[in-house]
Design a protein around this ligand. Structure first.
Ligand code: AMP
Length: 417
């Protein structure tokens, strides 16, 4: 019997990990520049945390979560997104006590049982950030600017930023009613999913990807025309701040996003370098979430981005192709005595901070030279009885095809230089 990875999951292989590590380090660097600090939350949580925050009627909670009962009969769920856990941790650890604005970021695997396709996995990875404690539009603009800055670091500058305001508890209920009334009139012509959503979450009908739904709902009232004074002026402020940051955007009154906790600002970054799954990142404001999860009322805003989707663009544009981990030196042995010496020396060099490799498979000298090449070592040193006797050997620089005789005792010093 052989085993295969679970459908929708992927091994990230040694040939790919240098790129992942590099991307992760750039992401961290940008977050640090914006003064966000890392938070690491567990990979699973109580199921009700997600049901409560993301919303019982959303696709994620309704049909995508990896939920299981553990041996104590507790219902647990692998996290499908990051915000709920971060807010749970914020409340549980009183993070808001010592500072009025908590800025945190995370990099983490996420789990959703979606239909796998290019750019859509069941275990995928996100980086994301949350700013908890500011109700001001300045923070919305900062978070959006930060997301865009991360992509700019990879020369991905042509992504599209869509923004919307989904209103608040004051204006949204009224708008929902108006929309519902209009949608009911055309209900029978809509897709089954949209028909169901008219009653459950009418705003999601406008977000439908179904061509016919899009056409039929083209002239429906939009939330942007039904915002209360507070939401409207907040939205205006966000837009003018983005403009002052030289960030271009498209107002999309149909953008709702699949999580129920959003209030006011919602945004999405898409790229035409991707196929049908073109969303790079999404986020928004969630001013009622902390309170909903049992904490003191605290406004917040954040975003999350798919790392696999960023990787797809990086691969497509052939960026970061030269990131490989390779030995600085390969110590090749010409005979049995010198083999023992090369192994000893290799370990010694490693403890001195030098990436060294030798032959651990008892291969011929010729095979060792091939291996040094294959490993892309910067230098190779061939040692035999004669070299050990004279305590000198020829150090070959494989990059510039140069060689020089060096005293064996000086090897570490020369390589460090
Ligand atoms: P969301 O948490 O749904 O707002 O998603 C934020 C971002 O995560 C999306 O824009 C995608 O880049 C990425 N993402 C979401 N779901 C998946 C998935 N199933 N597979 C890969 N990436 C995903």
């Amino acid at each position: 019997m052989t085993f295969k990875s679970i459908r929708g999951t992927k091994d990230i292989l040694p040939s790919e990990t240098p790129r992942w590590q590099y991307v992760e380090s750039v992401v961290r660097t940008v977050f640090h520049r914006f003064n966000y600090k890392e938070i690491r939350t567990p990979v699973f949580e109580q199921t009700s945390l997600f049901a409560r925050s993301i919303g019982e009627l959303t696709d994620i909670v309704g049909k995508e979560m990896y939920t299981f009962t553990d041996r104590s009969d507790d219902s647990l769920t692998l996290k499908p997104e990051g915000t709920a856990s971060v807010i749970r941790a914020f409340i549980q650890n009183n993070l808001g006590e010592s500072q009025p604005l908590v800025k945190v970021y995370y990099l983490s695997p996420m789990f959703r049982q979606e239909r796998p396709q290019a750019g859509r996995l069941r275990q995928f990875h996100q980086f994301g950030a949350e700013a908890i404690g500011s109700s001001f539009a300045e923070t919305d603009a900062e978070v959006i600017a930060m997301a865009i800055e991360i992509y700019r670091q990879f020369s991905i500058v042509n992504c599209e930023l869509k923004i919307n305001s989904v209103g608040c508890e004051k204006c949204r209920p009224l708008y929902k009613k108006t929309l519902q009334t209009e949608l009911r009139k055309i209900a029978l012509q809509l897709s089954p999913d949209s028909q169901r959503r008219i009653e459950e979450n009418p705003m999601r009908v406008l977000d439908s990807k179904n061509e016919n739904d899009i056409r039929l709902t083209a002239s429906m009232p939009l939330i942007t025309d039904h915002l209360c004074e507070e939401c409207s002026s907040h939205f205006e402020k966000v837009k003018s701040l983005l403009t002052s940051f030289h960030i271009s955007y498209i107002v999309d009154g149909r953008l709702v996003r699949g999580l129920d906790y959003y209030t006011k600002t919602a945004f999405e970054l898409t790229s035409n370098e991707l196929g049908s799954q073109d969303a790079l990142a999404g986020g928004g404001r969630y001013d009622l979430l902390t309170q909903e999860l049992g904490g003191k009322p605290t406004p917040g805003i954040g975003f999350a981005a798919g790392i696999e989707r960023l990787m797809m663009i990086i691969e497509k544009k052939k960026l970061l192709n030269d990131l490989d981990i390779h030995p600085t030196i390969f110590l090749a042995a010409a005979d049995t005595t010198s083999r023992a010496w090369t192994l000893e020396k290799t370990i010694a060099l490693r403890t001195q901070g030098i990436a060294a490799e030798a032959d651990f498979l008892n291969r011929s000298l010729k095979a060792q030279m091939r291996e040094a090449d294959r490993q892309n070592a910067a230098f190779v040193l061939v040692v035999g009885a004669e070299e050990l006797n004279k305590q000198t050997a020829v150090l070959k620089n494989l990059r510039v095809k140069e060689e020089r005789e060096i005293p064996l005792a000086a090897l570490a010093k020369i390589l460090t230089e």
